[in-house]
Unconditional design. Structure first.
Length: 207
């Protein structure tokens, strides 16, 4: 499902209220070609589309692979949502949950990386990580390797630390594939779903 069709928009944030040291002109800087301060970045529409592919858009509350009530685009149901397994939400509610969760994940990434500059696709991959596993799981205590790589500006090391493959104490194949996709986004700006099957003109699927 196209993120554009879902009614999303993206772009650079207004940095006029941030620390004066960052008040420089970004108009001519392309974050797909040049690393920039994370304060300038927001998640791209391409990453939103990838999230919709990974999570699906579910309007009925269900239990995820770890057993947690979930709805929309992988939104973890909280007590304040007033929802139980089996309840239904509207499409607009799903979009609201997604945008709120993305803002939270973006903020989590900015706290995580500090002043380390990032390409757009590197930022997107980290947002996907925080969106998927929660900010608590990328803390220095729980993810020391990732934090060490960030502190030393070791981008290759950061990519190596993007594998989070367990849910409820069990390895999940879907999370393994998602981690591979996340690494491809971070390293190569390759957002394509590795599970996609190509079909030739005779209708034969490639594996």
């Amino acid at each position: 499902m196209s993120a554009a069709v879902m009614g999303f928009s993206t772009g650079a944030v207004d940095i006029s209220h941030f620390d004066p040291q960052y008040q420089i002109s970004f108009e001519d800087i392309d974050p797909t070609q040049t690393r920039v301060h994370a304060l300038q970045l927001k998640v791209s529409d391409t990453l939103k589309e990838a999230l919709a592919e990974e999570e699906g858009v579910r309007l009925t509350v269900y239990r995820d692979v770890a057993g947690y009530p979930t709805v929309g685009v992988g939104h973890l149901v909280r007590p304040s949502d007033g929802l139980r397994v089996g309840d239904r939400i509207t499409y607009d509610q799903a979009l609201h949950f997604l945008e709120a969760d993305l803002r939270k994940a973006e903020s989590g990434v900015k706290r995580l990386v500090g002043d380390l500059p990032l390409y757009q696709h590197e930022f997107d991959a980290l947002v996907d990580l925080v969106y998927n596993v929660g900010e608590g799981n990328v803390s220095e205590r729980r993810s020391p390797g990732l934090n060490a790589a960030i502190q030393t500006a070791n981008y290759d090391g950061m990519a190596d630390e993007l594998n989070y493959t367990t849910a409820g104490g069990q390895v999940a194949r879907g999370l393994e594939i998602r981690s591979e996709r996340r690494q491809s986004i971070f390293m190569n700006a390759a957002y394509e779903d590795p599970r996609a099957i190509e079909v030739d003109t005779r209708g034969r699927a490639s594996i």
